[in-house]
Design a protein around this ligand. Structure first.
Ligand code: PFF
Length: 446
């Protein structure tokens, strides 16, 4: 293995924290959380989600960074070295990388939509859309094979452009993009609430009706906790491997969870008032980020420009996630096959891009892929099954395989500290049991 192909170290704790936040905050918060919460009826889903994020997501995020910093290599090699070359853990390393390829392949397609909406805002095309036409407009757009491939390709190239620069490229890009995104989401949320009122959105999100919780909904909530925190496929193992000793893993994880949850909730308050206030009946809630907000923007003075800036920021948020998602594959290829980072990036991007074509063409352009619902299937399988299984492996590895001394050393804690006890309880018992229980229920076994 050639160490010179590693992509460097984070320059500061802040750089690392912001890279974690950048990876975590993305389409999962702005696009996915609002629509799966909407589909699952609001409150009850939010409650399961909040439990999942604090007692499954946070502990596993900490565990992943810990494995990465102690392993100091790509996902596969970290598992291999730390487990003493056990075949099972090498398989887990490969499994995580395969999941990252699957998630990134369809993620790049959605990220491409934000670019298209940016260009169509500038050109004024979106401005002519009304409450009645936003949905068909979106349907026509995703059904066009040429457009889907064009934007999907463009976004893949953007990702490559940043990733070949290594950690410093990632750090520099995200430091500037994240605060801007936060500010913009805040402004649009305030506009939505002041135009349509926030009460119905608040009631929808926070009236916890426990009878509405289903195994399927719970699997989605846990799956989404993984998706939104970028855990379960080794990204944080890689990011952790670039973290110098002595920097706090717990602090970075807490910030990532806090910002991630805040932005997801803000995204709901940005969109739900428009939906409830206009009695919008959205046929495909997957498109919420693109259809609902267009209605809002078009009713505002200067809406065209607000819309353009907003979709550009969505693209940036997606970019700070795609650059992290490609990292497990790139670092694996670079380190294990001893190739230069640039070549590894192009190879990885090509594989992901190729698989992404199936998703890009499955929204109307190709009848067979559309009938098979390739996009939905790969999203459901990779996000809910791939990531949760990956998370189960991480929890088990950190909780049972890593020696206690390593765990305490990496966390910088004593074994009687409250956080350590809470963390250990979660990775050893709570998270694995919850994941297994939900999986068995989903399979109809329980
Ligand atoms: N966390 C990112 C988001 O919420 O959009 C996307 C993501 C990144 C998902 C990394 C999964 C992942 F492993």
């Amino acid at each position: 293995m050639d160490e010179s192909n590693r992509s460097g170290q984070w320059q500061s704790s802040f750089g690392f924290i912001i890279a974690c936040v950048g990876s975590a905050v993305g389409l999962g918060n702005l696009w996915k959380f609002p629509y799966i919460t909407y589909e699952n009826g609001g409150g009850a889903f939010v409650l399961v989600y909040l439990i999942a994020i604090s007692m499954v997501g946070l502990p596993i995020l900490v565990a992943e960074i810990m494995i990465g910093r102690h392993g100091r290599h790509n996902v596969f090699a970290s598992y291999k070295i730390l487990s003493g070359n056990k075949w099972f853990w090498k398989f887990v390393g490969i499994f995580s990388i395969l999941t990252s390829i699957a998630v990134l392949s369809f993620y790049l397609v959605v990220a491409g939509w934000s670019l298209s909406y940016f260009f169509n805002s500038i050109s004024g095309n979106l401005l002519s859309q009304t409450k009645e036409t936003v949905d068909p407009y979106f349907g026509e757009f995703v059904g066009s094979g040429v457009k889907q491939i064009l934007y999907h390709t463009l976004f893949t190239l953007l990702t490559v452009w940043i990733v070949i620069r290594g950690t410093s490229g990632i750090e520099r890009a995200v430091k500037f993009l994240m605060p801007l995104l936060f500010l913009f989401v805040l402004i649009i949320m305030i506009i939505s609430i002041s135009n349509f009122g926030g009460k119905s959105a608040f009631d929808f999100l926070f009236s916890f009706d426990l009878s509405k919780i289903t195994a399927h909904g719970a699997l989605q909530a846990v799956g989404h906790a993984f998706f939104t925190l970028s855990i379960g496929m080794g990204i944080m193992i890689i990011y952790g491997s670039y973290l110098p000793n002595g920097k706090s893993i717990i602090r970075a994880s807490l910030w990532a969870v806090f910002f991630d949850t805040l932005i997801a909730i803000m995204a709901c308050f940005m969109m739900y008032p428009i939906i409830f206030g206009n009695n919008l009946n959205l046929s495909a809630s997957t498109s919420m980020l693109f259809t609902t907000l267009t209605v809002q923007f078009n009713s505002l003075p200067g809406g065209q420009y607000i819309s353009a800036i907003f979709y550009l920021l969505v693209a940036f948020a997606a970019l700070s996630s795609t650059i992290s998602m490609i990292e497990p594959l790139v670092s694996y290829v670079a380190e294990e096959y001893n190739v230069k980072r640039k070549k590894a990036t192009f190879t990885g991007a090509f594989i992901v891009w190729g698989l992404g074509l199936f998703s890009a063409l499955s929204l109307g352009a190709n009848p067979v892929l559309t009938h098979f619902k390739f996009f939905d299937k790969i999203d459901f399988l990779a996000s809910n099954w791939g990531l949760t299984l990956g998370g189960l492996f991480v929890a088990t590895f950190a909780g049972y395989v890593l020696p206690k001394k390593v765990r305490l050393e990496e966390l910088g804690l004593k074994d009687n500290s409250l956080f350590y006890k809470f963390w250990l309880f979660c990775v050893r018992f709570f998270a694995p049991l919850m994941i297994i229980f939900i999986m068995l229920s989903e399979l109809g076994i329980l």
